[in-house]
Design a protein around this ligand. Structure first.
Ligand code: GLN
Length: 501
């Protein structure tokens, strides 16, 4: 049988599983065929698990012998996932796309994986990323760039480039990524899929390789908002292995604080000062305006809000994140974990190992962060950045008294050419301008496809695709909501999907 992988969702797959028209084994086989046909070029996968079909077979058997009541407690039974290479699965390699963890094998299941397993999910493979999630293009992977399925001369985005490309090229149904400053949302927008960064603390980080511990979060990438919601429901929750996860009471308190939100009548905020900053691709601005018009036509109230300190977000992020990176990366000392390049004494072991087995961008951030935390500079940079972080948070609190969500583009440009920004780290960092704020202040944010930009030499907007044909590149918009209001993002997200068609 042929399965329409383009339109398949978790719900439609589940329906077909239930009425016997689809087996998980056939679905996984279809994905394996797709990987074989396409991944040689795209490079979304670090590894395809040899037992993927066995997992599917077991899921099919379990379904056949389980009563429907029990099946309800396994909402993802037989649903094939791809997993970013920085999330541990017991007994399987996990390398964060770094040479230093080339032979590392997960000693335990991360909490999200445990929850997915309990829900019946199966895992097809692990996905390429920027080394230790540091980057926005997957060009920092030690194992080659992930190409954009829409145009092979362009990046898939990053750092969860493999997670977004694998969904976009229909080689997994859904995937998990991680987001420290945009790494779920930006690749989702570049590849034309949905990416959710949950509220900080709503999803456990236990078993996620740490990048910036006050910023990191795991979230889903899928074709639809409904699927992102289904996965979020399974992976979220307080966890005794991550003391920063929120308790039920804390979640309820945040929701109660914003209780005047009416899910049927959402007010959408736009931020003119952010749009007028310059450096935003005209096609992105035009697409945002179109999105706003469509929402207005559908009866959604649009209101301008002011966020006076948001212009400092990127600078604050690029102080705090490297500081946390330098602390987190100290564990890779050639003794506790991973690879080692021997020297004549302990110091030379450190220097050789970290110098040779960590990539350039990771080393750059360790150096930056160490400098920022050193005595004398700690107050000037790190502490000051934390003060501004609070000011940004206060701006949002105020804005959320007037609107329920805030709308921005996800990224200032469509997917860029491979190699275009590699020699200019600042240019690369500027791509994160719209996404880092949600991480700094912990709020949830979602990227949703908002149409395409046609690249056509004739109109001067861009150039032809690799094969000389006209190409369309996906664009995405981002909605941000108050703490713990993922429900608001799902409501406006579904509405947006219906008006943008
Ligand atoms: N692109 C951003 C960076 O390079 C975000 C990375 C991330 O979210 N992991 O830091």
């Amino acid at each position: 049988m042929t399965i329409d992988l383009k339109t398949l969702t978790i719900s439609s797959a589940k329906e077909m599983f239930a009425n016997g028209t689809l087996k998980s084994v056939d679905l996984v086989q279809a994905y394996l065929d797709q990987i074989k046909a396409k991944d040689g070029e795209i490079n979304a996968f670090r590894e395809v698990f040899a037992d993927a079909l066995d997992q599917a077979k077991k899921a099919d058997e379990l379904r056949a012998e389980t009563d429907s009541k029990t099946l309800e407690s396994m909402p993802l039974l037989g649903i094939p996932f791809g997993i970013k290479d920085n999330i541990l699965i017991e007994g399987r390699h996990a390398g964060a796309a770094s040479k230093i963890l080339e032979n590392y094998i997960g000693a335990y299941d991360s909490t999200v994986i445990k929850k997915l397993k309990d829900a019946g999910a199966i895992f097809i493979g692990r996905l390429n990323m920027d080394e230790f999630a540091m980057g926005g293009s997957t060009e920092n992977s030690a194992y080659g760039v992930t190409k954009n399925p829409n145009d092979l001369t362009r990046v898939a985005g990053g750092s969860s480039g493999g997670s977004a490309a694998s969904v976009a090229m229909d080689s997994v149904l859904v995937s998990l990524g991680s987001d420290t400053g945009g790494s779920i949302r930006q690749p989702a927008s570049y590849c034309g899929v949905v990416g959710l960064k949950p509220t900080y603390g709503r999803v456990s980080r236990h078993g996620l390789m740490a990048m910036g511990s006050s910023l990191d979060i795991i979230g889903p990438i899928a074709k639809t908002v409904e699927e992102a919601e289904q996965i979020f429901k399974v992976i979220s929750g307080q966890d005794r292995y991550d003391s920063t996860t929120l308790s039920g009471d804390e979640v309820s308190a945040h929701i109660a604080n914003s209780s005047k939100i009416n899910l049927d009548k959402l007010r959408v905020g736009i931020v003119p000062e952010l749009m007028n900053m310059g450096g935003i691709n005209p096609a992105v601005l035009a697409n945002l305006n179109e999105s706003i018009e469509k929402l207005k036509k559908a009866g959604v109230e649009i209101k301008e809000v002011s966020l006076p300190h948001i212009k400092y977000s990127l600078a604050v992020y690029y102080v705090l994140m490297p500081a946390e990176v330098s602390s987190n990366m100290a564990r890779f000392d050639s003794i506790k974990y991973g690879g080692k390049v021997d020297g004549k004494d302990l110091l030379e072991d450190y220097l050789n190992t970290r110098g040779e087995l960590l990539g350039k961008e990771v080393r750059r951030r360790i150096i930056l962060g160490t400098y920022m935390l050193s005595s004398g500079y700690h107050d000037a940079y790190y502490n000051k950045a934390n003060i501004v972080r609070d000011l940004i948070s206060a701006d949002f609190k105020k804005a959320f008294e007037e609107v329920d969500v805030i709308l921005t583009p996800t990224a200032p440009s469509p997917a860029f050419k491979i190699g275009q920004n590699t020699s200019d780290p600042i240019q690369m960092y500027l791509e994160d301008i719209f996404t880092v704020t949600a991480n700094l202040i912990g709020i949830p944010a979602i990227s949703i496809p908002s149409g395409v930009v046609e690249l056509n030499k004739a109109d001067g907007v861009g150039e032809m695709g690799s094969d000389g044909k006209k190409i369309s590149l996906p664009l995405g918009v981002q909605f941000m909501a108050p703490l713990c209001r993922e429900d608001v993002l799902f409501a406006i997200g579904k509405k947006f999907e219906s008006v943008i068609k």
